[in-house]
Design a protein around this ligand. Sequence first.
Ligand code: DGL
Length: 263
Amino acid sequence: MNENPIGIFDSGIGGLSVVKEIINILPEENIVYFGDTARVPYGTKSKETIKKYAEDDVNFLLKYKPKLIVIACHTVSSYASDYLRKKFKNIKFVDVVKPSVEKAIKVTKNKKIGVIGTTGTISSGRYQLLLSKNNMNVYAKDCPIFVPIVEEGWFENEISYKIAEIYLSEIKKHNIDTLILGCTHYPYLKNVIRKVVGENVEIIEPSYEVAVKTKNILEKNNLIRKNDKGKIYLYFSDIGPYVKKAISFLFDKKIKYKLTKNV
Ligand code: DGL
């Protein structure tokens, strides 16, 4: 049994979808989340900046002595997960790219997989590499405007639908049967994306797989907390109106959490 929290970070609010799944699967774990809302987006930044921000985020979480850290940001997972693993050797990390790739390979029938993500994630080529190594045909597209749309809280309106149509039109031509949402913000737009790609395309959002992976690692290392309900601490580097909107969109009213601005 281990009282230390699970640390989770993202560039903003997107990683809350991972928090939600971890609460579902591991309700007794304490969680400390950090969303770097003051510096979002990461997806348009250079590799060097992303590494620096990622390091800052990990250093923030280390104050809470996490037993494991989830990198709930695809841009950081793509560009800086190896760097973080080398830099913080004693920390167990779970990233979001591998679980998405593994799930996509499991569910595809025609081996035609679409991946959408930030410009950083798509140009890192990490998804393309991991999928093509497994003989998948990959069709990748960056969708940078999705992030501000989500931050604005436009989860489902005419504009978000129109933008999704434009971004996804090329990928759709390739008859993909699986689409990876390679950005933590995109699950908020799932209804819109679903309308554009149609019912027959399997949409992969990795939160569930990431939560299962986290559980497996904790079990394997005897680190599971079994007690009462875990405590949820949500820290953000800035708390704009959309932070509360995103929390109430995602979280059940029964979930109790403490929201704090970290300056
Ligand atoms: N969290 C980022 C990701 O999953 C998306 C937002 C950003 O660009 O920072 O890639």
